[in-house]
Design a protein around this ligand. Sequence first.
Ligand code: NAD
Length: 282
Amino acid sequence: MTIKHILVIGAGQMGAGIAQVALSSGHRVTLVDVSADSLAKGKAGIEKGLSRLVEKGKLDAAAKAAALGRLSTASSVLDVKDVDVGIEAVTENEELKKKLFRELDQVVRPGGVLASNTSSIPITRLGAVTKRPEAVIGMHFMNPVPVMALVEIIRGAATSDETYAQTKALAEHLGKTTVVSKDFPGFIVNRILIPMLNEACFALGEGLATAEDIDTAMKLGTNVPMGPLTLADFIGLDTVLSIAEVLHKGLGDDKYRPSPLLRQYVEAGWLGRKSGRGFYKY
Ligand code: NAD
């Protein structure tokens, strides 16, 4: 299949980023959001992102104009036609995503792909609400999408080899490296990352060391760009807690239980960078 037209649902942080990389890789993109404000912000973000590539000499001005010329917007999935691939990147809510997958089923052409960028909702369940679960797959981009090299591809119980092959080829065409995961909580990255961040919260809560020393130890001792508490603040402590809860509930093992300190910080409204306070003050 030649993938020409990509429908991206959700013009937030992730959707706008996915739309930007698809546009700069030569695709036609329709960005759908129920919020006119999100669509306007998403479009402005895409323009800014493409301008940054021009400044860095990675894209010329004509290519930027052509990319923006390939972008359309809409307020409903059902208004969009001739879709080769749909990528859903709306708010992490299962009922909402199921509704949009039923709609995607109506607008993606036969032989096309229905993908979700979900971080925690089983792809198998999203596939089950469509008439073609074999065409449903997870395409988990990392944030910020234009910068991060990885896409985790998640195969649901019914995902076909053909859908997987098309999705992998698309992600590579967007300049990403792919890995493939089965459809279990956290996939690969969050399954391993979140317990590490959670363990840093336990260590801090037990008074093992200061936040600064925990971060310095992990940064210099394991050669990562930032320590776990700094990274947790960056991701958002509410997001870290919610993924920890998904792992705990979905895998049913107490080793994944969220740290009481993490829970308490979220209850206090200390969500990290975005709220001005988390393990550090901003
Ligand atoms: P966001 O809040 O920035 O954007 C979500 C967008 O969805 C909003 O613009 C909202 O208006 C829109 N939306 C809500 N209901 C809609 C509907 N019915 N139709 C169309 N649009 C609708 O969220 P985000 O951070 O971009 O996350 C989106 C998805 O990506 C989630 O599933 C999340 O789990 C996943 N994800 C997020 C990250 C991250 O770091 N933020 C990383 C990987 C995956």
